[in-house]
Design a protein around this ligand. Structure first.
Ligand code: GTP
Ligand code: MG
Length: 219
């Protein structure tokens, strides 16, 4: 029984990875930078995208992942970004997105003229990291309220990302966070990680985020 389950899981992952490789190539060919945002619930993914939509001059689109509601897609659309919501609730409530679902969503989105496609993965620091959605960059967010230890306790999302955004830096005066310790822990898990610190609320550090986007846009 156990062997059978393992075989099924391996097959699902293999199908996902094959589609992910295809997506990565298709988006590159179209000149669209493709970024997958992952984090715990509430770390600030949607807030970062809202700020980006308002203050970064580029043609942007997002595929939103949530188990239920279209709240995030509406927030981002209100901020001026093309947005498309995937809900997993009606199909079993998966806590991650898969590359096949992104491919289906892309059949509904006109990417002509789009410079950057974001995926806001479902708020969860574990499952999304297990499924490659074919992005050019996996980016993990961690907020200052989450504590220094999270990269050590949930390493996969940090190992499978090349950029870590530390969010909500405006809250630092009210917290006991040792930010150097947090950064050391991130580097312990992934020595090559690029770290960007910012506050979507005050705008502090957003220039570093926008520079990252500028430096990696494909067209
Ligand atoms: N003070 C402060 N609050 C922030 C910042 N960024 C986000 N928040 C708040 O944190 C809460 C969660 O932010 P969201 O952007 O919805 O987080 P999320 O990661 O998209 O959440 P899920 O999609 O549910 O996983 C909201 O109340 C935001 O206003 C920030 O830079 N500073
Ligand atoms: Mg969100």
């Amino acid at each position: 029984m156990q062997e059978r389950e393992i075989k099924v899981m391996k097959k699902i992952l293999a199908t996902n990875d094959k589609m992910a490789i295809e997506l990565r190539a298709i988006l590159k060919e179209q000149g669209v930078l493709y970024i997958n945002l992952m984090s715990s619930p509430g770390s600030g993914k949607t807030s970062l995208l809202e700020n980006t939509a308002k203050n970064y001059d580029s043609n942007l689109a997002v595929i939103e992942g949530d188990i239920e509601t279209t709240l995030d897609a509406k927030r981002i659309a209100n901020a001026g970004m093309i947005s498309y919501q995937i809900n997993t609730g009606p199909f079993g409530g998966d806590c991650h997105l898969e590359s096949g679902w992104i491919k289906s969503a892309l059949e509904e989105i006109d990417l002509d003229g789009i410079d950057i496609l974001f995926v806001e993965n479902i708020g969860n620091l574990v499952c999304p990291a297990e499924f490659d959605v074919g992005a050019h960059f996996n980016i993990v967010l961690i907020s200052t309220t989450e504590g220094e230890d999270k990269p050590l306790k949930y390493p996969l999302a940090f190992q499978n990302s090349s950029v870590c955004v530390i969010t909500k830096t405006d809250l630092m005066p009210y917290l006991n966070l040792d930010i150097q310790q947090l950064k050391d822990n991130i580097k312990k898990v992934n020595p090559k990680m690029k770290i960007i610190e910012l506050s979507s609320k005050t705008g502090d550090g957003m220039d570093n985020w926008f520079n990252f986007l500028n430096n990696n846009k494909l067209s």
